[in-house]
Design a protein around this ligand. Structure first.
Ligand SMILES: Cc1cc2nc3c(=O)[nH]c(=O)nc-3n(C[C@H](O)[C@H](O)[C@H](O)COP(=O)(O)O)c2cc1C
Length: 323
């Protein structure tokens, strides 16, 4: 099947089918310590941090799409919303651009001049193309970082999946050595464990997006497209567990099943530097809803900060919490 058709099918499945895990990411088990006497003016709470050398709100729109006609408008809207609220933005897999199938959907920098913009590539592309070609994506799309997605669960269930991960670590290592921008290793919803995080650190990776289980289930997405064998619907490390496991290895993006600004603050309080989400932003795709959702999440983050006595981003890391 062509890459453009597959990308379209993924978007349709994620928009129209029930493709979320039944078991949660664990955020409902995390209680942030309420502060009845915050001694702060809520309107002065300021949560910006630095990510990939740029000032940003600690909430990333993690990789969603690119590479086919409809993605041009989706990525334009995501980019404009990201710019308005200062959110880092992750592009979807850039395999179509590498293969020369489509590139317009990835060239969004004009819509988001000031935010951290992150590219996306898979292990199979690292095996097929020299790093110079990946560097070409960085310069053409004006990227601040490159995410490498580690998605063995999805690939192994996908009829046309790339099931050979035997050289994965050395390919990541070569990328980190040669690429001009920081490399982020990310799962796609099944989580990263501590041993993997330490290997990625050793390989030269700069950031880890844990993309844990409890949100979008890529096994369910592939089952909707005829993937097999059944039984892996709930496979993966819940996001809260993955953050706690990987904390202290590399800077973390806490994502996978983050479904509000409050979950985002919980992810940071648990040990992530920034939080992230994908499917909620896609479900809100259409200008008014997207703007409303992003605005609401950022507001929720500020209120959660206020109610836990935090004036700024640095304070979020010190929030007392119980699990
Ligand atoms: C429609 C859609 C397409 C995605 N495509 C990619 C991709 O190309 N590369 C990637 O690294 N992750 C991809 N992801 C995975 C997300 O970046 C994220 O890790 C995962 O969906 C878990 O986050 P969520 O529960 O907030 O959706 C995609 C997610 C969605 C919803």
């Amino acid at each position: 099947m062509g890459i453009k058709k597959r990308k379209g099918e993924h978007i349709e499945a994620v928009l129209k089918k029930d493709v979320e895990y039944e078991k949660s990411a664990g955020f409902e088990c995390v209680r942030l310590l309420h502060n009845a006497l915050p001694e702060i003016d809520c309107s002065s709470v300021e949560l910006k941090t630095t990510f990939l050398g740029k000032k940003a709100t600690p909430l990333m729109i993690t990789a969603i799409t690119g590479g086919f006609e409809r993605a041009v408008d989706i990525n334009k809207q995501l980019a404009e919303t990201a710019e308005k609220y200062g959110l880092p933005l992750g592009l979807g897999s850039m395999r179509p651009m590498l293969e020369g199938a489509e590139e317009k959907s990835y060239l969004v920098r004009e819509h988001c001049p000031s935010i951290p913009l992150v590219g996306n590539i898979g292990i199979a592309q690292l095996a097929s193309y020299p790093v110079e070609r990946v560097e070409g994506l960085v310069s053409k799309a004006e990227l601040d970082g490159m995410a490498v997605h580690l998605n063995p669960l999805q690939e192994v269930l996908q009829p046309e999946g790339d099931k050979n991960f035997s050289k994965a670590l050395e390919l990541v290592e070569e990328l980190c050595e040669k690429l001009s921008v920081p490399v982020i290793a990310k799962e796609t919803g099944a989580g990263i464990n501590k041993e993997v995080a330490l290997k990625l650190k050793e390989a030269g990776v700069s950031w880890i997006d844990v993309a844990g289980a409890g949100g979008t289930s890529w096994s369910r997405v592939e089952y909707e497209r005829g993937g097999s064998p059944a039984g892996f619907e709930e496979w993966g490390i819940p996001t809260v567990t993955s953050i706690l496991m990987c904390k202290g290895t590399l800077p973390l993006i806490g994502s996978g099943g983050v479904r509000s600004g409050i979950d985002a603050v919980k992810a940071i309080a648990l040990g992530a530097e920034i939080a992230g989400a994908s499917r909620p932003f896609l479900l809100a795709y259409d200008y008014e809803k997207l703007d409303e959702m992003a605005g609401e999440w950022v507001e929720q983050m500020k209120i959660a900060a206020f109610l836990t006595g935090c004036k700024n981003y640095g304070d979020l890391k010190k929030i007392k919490h119980a699990i």
